[in-house]
Design a binder for this molecule. Structure first.
Ligand SMILES: [Zn+2]
Length: 155
């Protein structure tokens, strides 16, 4: 499942990337071109514009109602029945939506803080921005955050 969001949903897009979903932010006006891009790349459309739902579109389109990113994320996850899959977390660069590549630990020596190098086992690099990520602590934080904000409505 891949997503395209309108420019108003940048934070939501970042969270979808954290969850491991290829998510493009459409920077232009959310118009016919937006939907054409979505259809061509078979992306689920996420938009704040309520009138978009009335447009002709053969794919999946979700009008996101919540004002806060936590509500928005919960809305999308519930509507599409997706849940946080730990194995997918941090597989995509949050900044540029590129698929991260696992690199050998030795290759990042000197490129990450010493305490990180000493405590983390898995490192990934983004082919786009060349950023180096170590999922360990991020995954714990993300899961805590997700649990707090996406499962609160489930008794
Ligand atoms: Zn990147």
């Amino acid at each position: 499942m891949k997503f395209i969001t309108d420019a108003n949903l940048g934070k939501l897009a970042k969270w979808l990337r954290i969850l491991g979903y290829d998510t493009v932010i459409y920077r232009g006006e959310a118009d016919r071109n937006f939907l054409r891009n979505a259809a061509r790349e078979e992306r689920v459309v996420l938009t704040r514009k309520k009138d978009m739902a009335a447009r002709q579109f053969s794919g999946t389109l979700i009008t996101v109602g919540g004002d806060h990113v936590q509500e928005q994320l919960r809305e999308v996850m519930e509507k599409l029945s997706i849940s946080a899959d730990v194995s997918r977390l941090f597989s995509i660069c949050v900044r540029c939506n590129e698929t991260l590549v696992t690199v050998d630990k030795e290759d990042v020596a000197g490129l990450v803080p010493a305490f990180v190098y000493d405590t983390q086992a898995v490192f990934r690099r983004c082919p786009g921005c060349k950023g180096i990520f170590w999922p360990g602590t991020h995954i714990d934080n993300a899961l805590t955050h997700l649990k707090k904000h996406t499962q609160s409505h489930h008794p």
